[in-house]
Design a protein around this ligand. Structure first.
Ligand SMILES: *Cc1c(COP(=O)(O)O)cnc(C)c1O
Length: 404
């Protein structure tokens, strides 16, 4: 029996089936990963926009190993220097206020939601407007904030206090504003929603609407942050600044960490006893994040994501002209989506069989999120696999069942 099958069997018996895995990965280096049976893949999913600096970057590995031997955890009942340093660096990169640390994207968004509610509490304002096809996480509150029915189905009653507006439709957002509204929350580039970029006019309009009505603008940067789009944060593309943002995925290169970063206006809304996380911002997690920031800066990866993203996008555009089932390419920087005229899962399965890992999202989109330091040659290699797979794949039901 293949090693991956053996692992799959144990999963079948003992792991709750929340995911449909394809193979077991055992090793990673840069853009490449190896599975338990020795097959090598180019990872253009980056663990879902997590290993933005590539798998097992030596700087990050070294920082984690060193810190693990010093002090892994202290709890937030004590100061830890790494957390202070990381907060300072994130604050200087983004909104110049203060940070709160948790362990995941959902936890960071929970923090944003609680921050907004506490800020609006005395005025009786708590409602947060979010967008259709958004994704904010899988905890109850973040699932309630997520504008996709499939994420909420079966879990009612959902927490109250969220209303939905259409993404990239300012009028639809303005119509949702009421006397209980406290904030508007959105992704500058919707990831799970199908790699849909917020228009500059929409982002600017949201900012203006928030200023006019005294609302908070909250950006979920969990997926589109950390250099992914060719900016440190997705909102920078439109020149607006939110009142607070969340980050996670790419922050720790795979070591779990999430953060809420605020402008000075919201820096002291949370006070002792109002919010907490036992593991949040541990010396070890912050060491991983500090090393990640070092790598992004030293390798100039934010700029590179913009430059190489353009190259990759141009190559993907070739596929749009060449194949009838490929209808568009969209996205920003190295967060790109190839839009198909049908379900994308059969194609991402075929790509994986040929050694290229991508993500099927929003039903008909192939999402590409390579490490920001992907080599030019690896882009060529990935493109050849895409071209070959599309050439073989003519879409339609037959292929669907053949690769299922
Ligand atoms: C992945 C994601 C989340 C949830 O992050 P988790 O770490 O899985 O909890 C939230 N928002 C966005 C935009 C995401 O892409």
């Amino acid at each position: 029996m293949k090693k991956s099958e053996e692992i799959a069997t144990r999963y079948g018996r003992f792991v709750m089936p929340t995911y449909a895995q394809h193979t077991a990965l055992v090793k990673g280096k840069g853009t490449r990963v190896w599975d338990a049976d020795g097959m090598v893949y180019l990872d253009f999913a980056s663990g879902i926009s997590v290993v933005n600096v590539g798998h097992c970057h030596p700087r990050v590995v070294e920082a984690i190993q060193r810190q693990a031997g010093e002090l892994m955890h202290s709890s937030n009942l004590f100061f830890n220097d790494n957390q202070a340093k990381l907060a300072e660096r994130l604050s200087r990169l983004a909104l110049e206020g203060k940070c709160f640390f948790g362990n995941s994207g959902a936890e960071a968004n929970e923090g944003l939601i609680k921050l907004a509610r506490l800020w609006g509490h005395e005025q009786g304002r708590y409602e947060i407007i979010t967008m259709t096809n958004s994704f904010h996480g899988r905890t109850l509150a973040t699932a309630a904030a997520t504008g996709q029915i499939k994420v909420q189905k079966g879990f009612d009653p959902m927490p109250e206090g969220f209303s939905f507006a259409e993404f990239n439709n300012l009028e639809s957002v303005a119509m949702q504003v009421g006397e209980r509204t406290v904030a508007i929350m959105l992704e500058a580039v919707q990831g799970e929603g199908g790699v849909v970029v917020a228009d500059e006019a929409f982002m600017k309009g949201i900012r203006a609407l928030c200023d006019e009505k005294g609302l908070l603008m909250l950006c979920d940067e969990v997926q589109c942050g950390m250099g992914r789009t060719g900016h440190w944060f997705g909102f920078e593309a439109s020149g607006v600044q939110p009142d607070a943002c969340s980050m996670a995925k790419g922050l720790g290169s795979g070591f779990p960490i999430g953060a809420v970063v605020s402008t000075p206006k919201l820096s002291d809304v949370f006070q002792p006893g109002t919010h907490a996380s036992t593991f949040g911002g541990s010396p070890l997690a912050c060491a991983a994040a500090l090393a990640t920031l070092d790598v992004i800066e030293e390798e100039d990866l934010v700029r590179r994501a913009g430059v190489v993203g353009k190259v990759l996008r141009a190559r993907l555009a070739e596929l749009v002209s060449k194949y009838e089932h490929v209808t568009a390419v969209r996205g920003a920087g190295m967060m790109l989506g190839l839009v198909l005229d049908q379900e994308s899962k059969p194609l991402t399965g075929l790509l994986a069989d040929k050694g290229l890992l991508t993500l099927a999202t929003a039903n008909n989109v192939v999402r590409l999120l390579p490490p920001l330091n992907v080599k030019d040659g690896e882009i060529d290699e990935a493109f050849d696999i895409l071209d070959e797979a599309l050439d073989e794949w003519h879409g339609g039901k037959d292929v669907l069942s053949a690769t299922a």
